[in-house]
Design a protein around this ligand. Structure first.
Ligand code: DOR
Length: 431
């Protein structure tokens, strides 16, 4: 029997049940047994842990659709164990692992290895995303039925775009047979060859080759047409442009089965962050313009962009402490997502309900995981957050093996205090 948990007088927010109020929440044997005002009256005893933090939020366990765990092959950057620790510290109870590992996850063996390893470690749960094409080469489709059977929740060639319209069409048709979502990294590579950052005024000033927004827009437009044509489930990874937002909005208004995610960094940073050649700000797709950020924020707020996903992309010093043109794209995100994005809620850009939905029910629906809920009878996947705690991002305290983020040493506001999977604490912040 696991210990019982009592959350006393927390602000519990679960948009999937229309819950937002000051309540008590009681957890027994890994299940939420009571939710309500004074629901925990009298709950005490040797095996009861009480959490009573004034001003704290209690939300369902977060789900990240987009994490690079780097195992197999690049364990010096991250591995399953460190990724799961970082995820739990960020409030995530489920993460989806992208397949651009070495070798690429295009086989049952790798998918099964990841599932088994994560299960053995316990804590945060891991769901592999397998490749769309063998070796992510954009040519031959993977054995999607086999990969789904082994535990894959979606397919993606993330890091690379499926460039051929014919291959993409067949991928959508094949994936639809198994009801697997296809997640596309939208980049017309013929327009981005040699690109280092967003094509615009900053790239011109820095003398770096640009990645034009239209390279993303073209693929989103083509793929939404293919999604409509095939009727398959199609999801856009890391949307970064106002053009893509416009296409998604139109596609959704016509009832096409398309969903999308946005990263914290694309919501918060513009291409100006690259001034000074800071390789921590080199990401793919690149940081864009203020008008793009405004469109992304509006689209997240109105649900055109369904989900927030971290694109947690750990890299070591060997890939980042180099000239900008040589640096690998990507930044870590699991541990900083909540504190960084609470700013959007405080500034009135996002309601709590939409913020939590974008990190829980919305991603659950994209990959077909159970929607985590704060209601009686639900599995107790929960996150306790102090939205007002100030702390400084100290690299020595990050759980991720890699520290490639431009937010190092910055003060942030909002802290994950504890994360629970089936009522078991998988992370507790040190005081
Ligand atoms: O910035 C990125 N990093 N974008 C991607 O699509 C891939 C990722 C990585 O694997 O490092």
């Amino acid at each position: 029997m696991s210990e019982s948990l009592v959350f006393r007088g927390v602000r519990a927010i679960d948009p999937s049940c229309g819950l937002d109020g000051l309540v008590d929440v009681v957890v027994e044997n890994g299940v939420i047994t009571r939710v309500g005002i004074h629901a925990a009256a009298g709950a005490a005893g040797e095996h009861v842990r009480v959490f009573a933090v004034p001003g704290a939020l209690l939300v369902p366990g977060l789900i990240d659709l987009h994490a690079h765990v780097r195992e197999p092959g690049q364990e010096y950057k991250e591995d399953v164990a460190s990724a799961l620790r970082a995820a739990a510290a960020g409030g995530f109870v489920d993460i989806c692992a992208m397949p651009n590992t070495r070798p690429v996850n295009d086989t049952r063996a790798i998918t099964e290895m990841l599932v088994a390893k994560a299960k053995a470690l316990g804590g945060c749960r891991l769901h592999p995303i397998a490749a769309i094409t063998v070796g992510q080469k954009g040519e031959t489709l993977t054995e999607m039925a086999d990969l789904k059977d082994a535990g894959a929740v979606a397919v993606s060639d993330d890091g690379r775009c499926v460039t051929s319209s014919a291959v993409m069409r067949h991928a959508l048709e094949y994936a639809r047979t198994f009801d697997l979502p296809v997640i596309q990294h939208c980049e017309d590579h013929s327009l981005t060859a040699g690109a280092q950052m967003h094509e615009g005024s900053v790239a011109t000033r820095l003398g770096l080759r640009g990645w034009p927004s239209v390279a993303e827009d073209i693929i989103v437009a083509r793929d939404t047409l293919l999604a409509e044509y095939t009727g398959a489930r199609y999801h856009v990874a890391h949307v970064s442009t106002r053009g893509a937002v416009r296409i998604l909005r139109e596609a959704k208004s016509r009832g096409i089965k398309v969903t999308a995610e946005v990263t914290p960094h694309h919501l918060l940073l513009t291409h100006e962050a690259v001034l000074g050649y800071d390789t921590a700000c080199k990401v793919n797709p690149p940081l864009r313009e203020p008008e793009d950020i405004a469109a992304l924020r509006e689209a997240l707020a109105d649900g055109t962009i369904d989900c927030i996903a971290t694109d947690h992309a750990p890299h070591g010093a060997a890939e980042k402490d180099v000239e900008f043109a040589e640096a690998a794209p990507g930044m870590i995100g699991l541990e900083l997502c909540v504190p960084l994005l609470l700013r959007l809620v405080r500034d009135g850009n996002l309601t709590y309900a939409r913020f939590i939905d974008a990190l829980t029910a919305a991603p659950a629906k994209v990959v077909g995981l159970p929607v985590p809920r704060i209601q009686e009878g639900a599995r107790a996947d929960l996150v306790l957050i102090d939205p007002d705690a100030h702390w400084t991002v100290d690299p020595s305290r990050l759980r991720s093996k890699s520290h490639n983020t431009p937010f190092l040493h910055q003060e942030v506001r909002g802290k994950v205090l504890a994360t629970f999977a089936s009522g078991v604490p998988i992370f507790e912040a040190s005081p």
